[in-house]
Design a protein around this ligand. Structure first.
Ligand code: ATP
Length: 409
């Protein structure tokens, strides 16, 4: 099987492809796709000796979809769908059009004729529950379901739109799950970015430095233990099957502020290590218990992006980065270094990889007025209840039960 050689083949193939394309005109997109298959040896070797031959994907049919054309192939047995993602950039280059790979027992190569705009206005596109709109791609609107992919890492150079993405996600989560979403924000860029969210009912804690981050994280770590005990007792293996409806989002912006450097004072080093250890634990076991981590950094390295967080984050959103190495740290592949330097333009990687334009608004909190605490207090006082929430992370003094809502600890 030659699938293993795709990486190398893709480089050689890129050159061959460029050479063979030059001077030949009138090729259809299908011709070009199949030429890429050949040039990168997207095939399995059959037979032996003189009788051996390469089996390539078999063309089945083609047709239109909403924003373009699609080509359907039967993959030879032995080539997994995931391998087709590796040759997607070569096909995109050959066609000079956005391409997405989809699987339905067959490989669908979707070619789009859409170029995404440089600005997409946030307009509260409604997903369902924890399925949240992330941006517009050449293949339509892209959503991410936090119950399917609990944790997310976000990377990208300064001023490319990481914080705007976090605000867009937070706003959508509040709009879709006003009573059930909880947020803890480690706003380590001076505490300014999420200041305007501090008064929202869903925001249970905001930290703006290492000390306050550690305080919140220790509390969350303690909560994790309680929920774990409770789940064990009730024999639940996952929050989705447990009927527990609250989800706790921990948003870290900027993660590099929790990574020690040689000049960090000794006492702070310990605190930073502890913060990273708890965040890693949340990434490792929190997903099943309803905890969702969104970890954001502009300096992706092995130190700033702890390995366990990266390994457990199935969603990667990567804005432009300066080098291939940085791109690999976030995405496990190159690409972010080639993104156009447009604020809000990012690569979204889950099972598939696509480029998105993140929606923008200069004031996301305008959509969340109904969740401001004063408003809630007035409403609740009229019906005789006081739902004022403390700004600090709540302390659990009793074991949560499986029915527990976020407001019934
Ligand atoms: N999706 C977007 N669409 C249009 N413009 C955007 C978008 N995202 C960000 N911008 C523009 O870029 C600016 C910087 O965005 P943001 O604060 O999100 O960057 P950042 O990546 O968090 O930067 P830093 O790492 O320096 O904090 C915004 O103030 C806005 O003008």
């Amino acid at each position: 099987m030659l699938v293993e050689s795709i990486g190398f083949g893709a480089v050689v193939g890129g050159v061959l492809l460029a050479q063979s394309m030059a001077g030949k005109k009138g090729k259809t997109d299908r011709d070009k796709i199949e030429e890429v298959f050949e040039n990168v040896y997207f095939s399995v070797r059959k037979g032996s000796g003189k009788d051996s031959y390469d089996e390539f994907p078999k063309f089945l049919n083609e047709g239109e979809w909403e924003h373009g054309h699609s080509y359907v192939y039967q993959l030879p047995k032995g080539i997994p769908f995931s391998a087709s993602e590796k040759i997607r950039p070569a096909i995109e280059d050959a066609l000079n059009k956005p391409v997405a790979m989809e699987w339905s027992g067959r490989l669908h190569i979707k070619v789009s004729k859409i170029r995404i705009p440089e600005n997409v206005q946030y307009n509260c596109i409604e997903g369902k529950k924890w399925n949240v709109h992330l941006g517009l791609s050449p293949f339509g609107d892209k959503f991410i379901d936090f119950d399917k992919y609990p944790h997310m890492i976000v990377g990208g150079m300064t001023r490319k739109g990481k914080t705007v993405l976090l605000k867009s996600i937070t706003t959508s989560l509040c709009l879709q799950n006003g009573e059930l979403a909880q947020f803890y924000m480690l706003d380590l860029k001076g505490g300014l970015e999420f200041n305007s969210y501090a008064n929202l009912k869903q925001v249970k804690g905001i930290a703006d430095d290492v000390n306050s981050s550690l305080q919140i994280l220790e509390q969350l770590n303690h909560d994790l233990d309680k929920w774990m005990e409770n789940f064990k007792e009730q024999r639940y293996s996952n929050v989705v099957e447990s009927g527990v409806s609250r989800r706790v989002f921990i948003i870290v912006d900027e993660g590099a502020e929790l990574a020690k450097t040689p000049s960090t004072p000794r006492e702070d080093k310990k605190k930073m290590d502890r913060c990273q250890a708890i965040l890693s634990r949340i990434a490792r076991i929190g997903g099943a218990l309803g905890y969702r981590l969104i970890f954001c950094t502009q300096y992706p390295t092995g130190d700033t992006l702890p390995r366990q967080i990266k390994q457990n984050a199935d969603t990667k959103v990567c804005f432009a980065l300066p080098t291939e190495i940085a791109s690999r740290v976030v995405l496990d592949e190159v690409g972010a270094e080639q993104l156009p330097r447009i604020p809000g333009r990012a690569i979204l990687r889950t099972d598939e990889t696509t480029t998105i334009q993140v929606p923008y608004d200069n004031d996301f909190t305008q959509y969340l007025k109904e969740w401001e605490r004063e408003q809630h207090r007035e409403e609740s006082q009229t019906d005789g209840r006081d739902t004022k929430e403390p700004r600090q992370a709540p302390v659990h003094d009793k074991k949560p039960n499986s029915e527990a809502s976020p407001f019934r600890y």
